[in-house]
Ligand binder design. Structure first.
Ligand code: PRP
Ligand code: MG
Length: 214
């Protein structure tokens, strides 16, 4: 009997964290959850859980530091297009969208030509703008992107929209949906055979949970 454990990365904090822990729990896996711990072990399944920053997860998968991850498709599109998606979960849905101040009249994407756009999704945004033939000045920031127009840093923003409440609170309106995203299961290209067998067991359990939910 081998003692290998499958190493799964999940988001350290935020909505995806809760949804990810829930599917593991519904799959019959108990994890001891000290809130400040960055690593936890399952009691009844060969699984080690690592709580990581969203944006770091693609690189951990690439390097084989973790075997699998539950993360937003949006993160893979932005930073991990080379990484395999083994499953779409159907939860933690969001959009990656462009938004402008409510007071601005928006006629179409051409309005953003030559404008300043604040974003945490430069690759996704650049690909979209290129496809549309628009040149803009990107300001890359890691959080609180929606504040940028109010402080005069940008004319528009590109970020995740889920409930829409952050846009609303910052007097912004969504004008273009660039990407629709949901939670996915991503797999490291370096996963070994033994851990792959554990993954198959886990995936079987998760599929049963997802089927029961619909
Ligand atoms: C995320 C995201 C949006 C917001 C969208 O930010 O960057 O700002 O949630 O959700 P909503 O449409 O339901 O309001 P988060 O709160 O994680 O903070 P951060 O941007 O500072 O990382
Ligand atoms: Mg935000």
């Amino acid at each position: 009997m081998s003692k290998q454990k499958l190493r799964i990365a999940i988001q350290k904090a935020g909505r995806l964290n809760e949804d990810s822990l829930k599917i593991l729990k519904d799959s019959g896996i108990s994890i001891d959850n000290g809130k400040d711990q960055l690593k936890a072990t399952a009691r009844n399944f060969p699984l080690e859980v690592l709580y990581l920053r969203n944006g770091d997860i693609p690189q951990y998968l690439r390097d084989g530091v973790v075997d699998i991850a539950i993360l937003g498709e949006n993160v893979l599109v932005e930073k991990g297009e080379d990484i395999i998606q083994a499953e779409k979960f159907g939860f933690s849905k969001c959009r990656v969208s462009l938004a402008v101040p409510k007071s601005v009249k928006y006629n179409g994407i051409q309005d953003l030509d030559g404008k300043r756009i604040a974003t945490s999704y430069p690759n996704t945004l650049n690909a979209f703008l290129k496809k549309k033939g628009i040149k803009a000045d990107l300001h890359i920031i890691n959080g609180s992107v929606e504040i940028a127009p109010n402080i005069g840093l940008a004319d528009a923003i590109c970020d995740i929209v889920s409930s829409g409440s952050t846009l609303f609170k910052n007097n912004l309106k969504e004008v273009e949906v660039m990407l629709k995203s949901e939670a996915v299961l991503a797999v490291s290209p370096l996963i070994n055979a033994e851990r792959k067998a554990i993954l198959e067991d886990l995936q079987f359990r998760m599929k049963s949970v997802l089927n029961a939910r619909t």
